[in-house]
Write a protein that binds this ligand. Structure first.
Ligand code: SF4
Length: 344
């Protein structure tokens, strides 16, 4: 996978707060800080994995970038051929026209496909809606896309119910890619699929990335899947990025205790060398409550006094390895085994 380093997307201090309303007057009594000051850049041709437990804000981050949700604050800057586009500030018409550059692939391929539409209608709809193709040309472009995702021309006039879960996800991918976007936000694209199908879809996404020069934000909770596809990985906890580094570095030498705990759950190839899983005490912090100090401290087995009073910033601890932990420079944490080069 070739990675250019020119940025395609910049996310700066992104916030998404949902109001907590109470009483018959629906008064706002606080906010759920689903995304709280998240910043990162994705290079053209790169895949950035975004991981964390459910409710950590990774899906909301993806949806704010794609403007499914309007961010509360922050900037989403897309580096297009004609200059930088402030996605979070686009008005309705400009946003509609911008969407061809940025598309989403959803977790549940069945729910995201209208059961009353044929594959031709489903995949061709974005082209028709944006006036990009119609008639014979539209059919040709849909057919080309269908073949690219591993489906057949005979599938064109079938309905979603006649496909397996993996095939439906291929239709969802074809629909996302038919406008030739530059950035694709993959929102848990394999989580709802059988394990045997997951690797087929991940491999397909990698092939399509090379073929169409795509950039991915890959949102998932499965560290093994994320490791397989990502160049870099950002770990989120309660709306914040707590660690961001190159994929192999983060997997084999994590520097945040939460990342270490996530990695302890990854099964090892050799069953005689399984490590002890780190069971995190308590629940993840409530994003509607303010926790003094480090947001992870109530569950952290390394916590010291400073962790209970001071919020650690996301610092560059070693080149291009960012960590939000007071003890990042002194802790030696356990990751998973490196991928060894295969011999000829
Ligand atoms: Fe744990 Fe303290 Fe680091 Fe937070 S700052 S992750 S509580 S060691």
């Amino acid at each position: 996978m070739t990675v250019e380093h020119k940025p395609l997307l910049e996310v700066r201090n992104l916030k998404k707060y949902f109001p907590i309303q109470q009483g018959i007057l629906r008064r706002t009594r606080g906010y759920v800080k689903a995304v709280d000051d998240v910043s990162f850049t994705i290079g053209a041709g790169e895949t950035l994995g975004l991981v964390g437990e459910s409710g950590c804000g990774k899906t909301t981050t993806g949806r704010c970038i794609a403007r499914v949700y309007q961010p509360t604050a922050g900037e989403v800057l897309f580096h297009g051929d004609e200059g930088i586009i402030p996605v979070n500030r686009l008005e309705k018409q400009a946003l509609k026209s911008f969407r061809k550059h940025m598309q989403m692939i959803f977790q549940d391929p069945y729910a995201s496909l209208n059961p009353r539409m044929t594959v031709l209608e489903l995949v061709g709809e974005p082209l028709l809606a944006h006036g990009l193709a119609k008639g014979r040309e539209l059919e040709d472009r849909v057919a080309e896309m269908l073949l690219a995702v591993g489906l057949k021309l005979e599938h064109l006039r079938r309905y979603p119910h006649s496909f397996s879960g993996g095939q439906r996800q291929r239709i969802g991918i074809a629909r996302a890619l038919v406008q030739r976007p530059k950035l694709v936000i993959c929102d848990e694209p394999v989580s709802a699929l059988d394990v045997s199908i997951q690797s087929q879809i991940v491999n397909l996404l990698q092939d399509l990335q090379d073929q169409y020069k795509l950039t991915y934000l890959f949102v998932a909770h499965d560290m093994s899947v994320v490791r397989h596809i990502s160049n870099r990985v950002a770990v989120m906890y309660v709306g914040r990025v707590v660690e961001l580094a190159a994929s192999e570095e983060l997997m084999t030498a994590p520097k945040h205790p939460y990342t270490e705990a996530l990695l302890s759950a990854v099964p090892r190839p050799n069953p005689t060398h399984q490590r002890q899983r780190i069971i995190l005490g308590g629940e993840a912090a409530d994003p509607g409550q303010t926790v003094p100090g480090c947001v992870f401290h109530p569950r952290c087995r390394y916590a010291k006094d400073i962790c209970r009073t001071e919020d650690p910033p996301l610092n560059e601890v070693t080149p291009n390895h960012y960590v939000a932990c007071h003890l990042a420079a002194e802790l030696t944490l356990e990751g998973i085994a490196p991928i060894l080069p295969t011999g000829d």
